[in-house]
Design a protein. Structure first.
Length: 335
């Protein structure tokens, strides 16, 4: 029987798998720094009310990226709740909680952006009820994101007993440790971790979708009102900005929908595939890059800065190459 972690010369090879994440980390650094630069120094006045919320969401995405691709590099043995860390940290109990908590915080930060749009455009000065409950709801959402995955840690199984049970259910030979790094088993088959994850996503997504629908409907109705004090151009700008925010926040979820669907199906049918598990983790780690690139390309001010920066870099490179050319001047002919 083959080891669950072995040199296979594909994505499931721990050396190749780790190298992929190291390359992604190097790419992420420059992209995320440029994203922070755009938010802080290139955000127009019209977007000032949402600047800090966008920065908060961006930083949480950055932390999530680095926690997966640099700190943890999780090598999971799905469909079991077990795995080993190949990153710079070897504290899987903390790493699992950190990654899942950051995922919850990212989703809540997205809700915060939608809520801000609704509050600034429609509720402020018009909906006293929402103005009163918005902050308590925000506190509840952030507390839920921080605490939703604490319950599974109260029922972490005995690692020796859970290891024996898990090893029997895998089609490969599961060792207690690899290169001195122990295999961590979060659960021995109980569904509590899944229930906790489903809870926080249902809590936040069920708030994000209605807010988005209400904002779009109100913007459409506002644009149709002939007696409205707001010009049609302003309504179009607001609608365009809201749609851009939706594309920015939703597009990364389409990227990770494939691994999520695979992991869900694999859990249901109890299917194990080492390469697909590794590929799923790589796709998860691309979430932050996708989010940042979408933000840069979808918002016109950031897109203009990006195009201008790329143009200047190419112009500088061309100028440098031209300066290196040696002009050969024929010597003067003496008579």
């Amino acid at each position: 029987m083959e080891d669950c972690i072995s040199n296979s010369c594909d994505i499931a090879d721990p050396r190749i798998y780790t190298m992929i994440f190291h390359v992604l980390t190097a790419i992420e650094i420059s992209i995320h720094i440029f994203g922070i630069y755009c938010i802080l120094w290139k955000t127009p006045i019209q977007m000032s009310s949402v600047t800090w919320l966008m920065l908060n969401c961006h930083i949480l995405n950055v932390l999530l990226d680095f926690s997966i691709s640099f700190l943890s590099i999780p090598f999971i043995f799905h469909p079991t709740f077990s795995g080993v860390s190949l990153g710079i940290l070897d504290f899987p109990e903390l790493e699992v909680y950190l990654v899942l908590t950051l995922i919850g915080l990212v989703v809540v930060s997205i809700w915060g952006i939608y809520e801000n749009r609704y509050y600034v455009l429609f509720a402020k000065g018009n909906n006293s009820m929402w103005c009163w409950i918005r902050k308590p709801i925000m506190v509840i959402n952030y507390l839920a994101a921080i605490m939703f995955f604490i319950p599974p840690y109260f029922v972490i199984p005995n690692q020796t007993e859970a290891y024996l049970k898990t090893a029997k259910g895998l089609p490969c030979r599961l060792e207690p440790s690899y290169d001195g790094r122990k295999v961590f088993l979060l659960s021995d088959g109980q569904g509590l971790p899944l229930y906790c994850i489903c809870f926080v996503f249902v809590l936040t997504i069920s708030q994000c979708i209605p807010l988005f629908i209400v904002i779009i409907i109100k913007l459409i109705l506002q644009g149709r009102k002939k007696e409205s004090a707001i010009s049609s151009r302003t309504v179009k700008i607001r609608k365009k900005f809201v749609i851009a925010l939706v594309i920015q926040t939703v597009s990364p979820f389409f990227l990770i929908s494939l691994p999520v669907e695979y992991l869900a199906i694999a859990t249901f049918i109890n299917y194990y595939n080492r390469s697909l598990n590794c590929f799923s983790m790589v796709l998860f780690s691309l979430h932050g890059i996708c989010s940042t690139l979408t933000m840069i390309l979808i918002h016109q001010p950031y897109r203009d800065v990006t195009i201008d920066t790329i143009y200047k870099l190419f112009a500088m490179k061309r100028k440098t190459n031209n300066s290196r050319k040696i002009s050969v001047i024929p010597p003067a002919i003496q008579l």
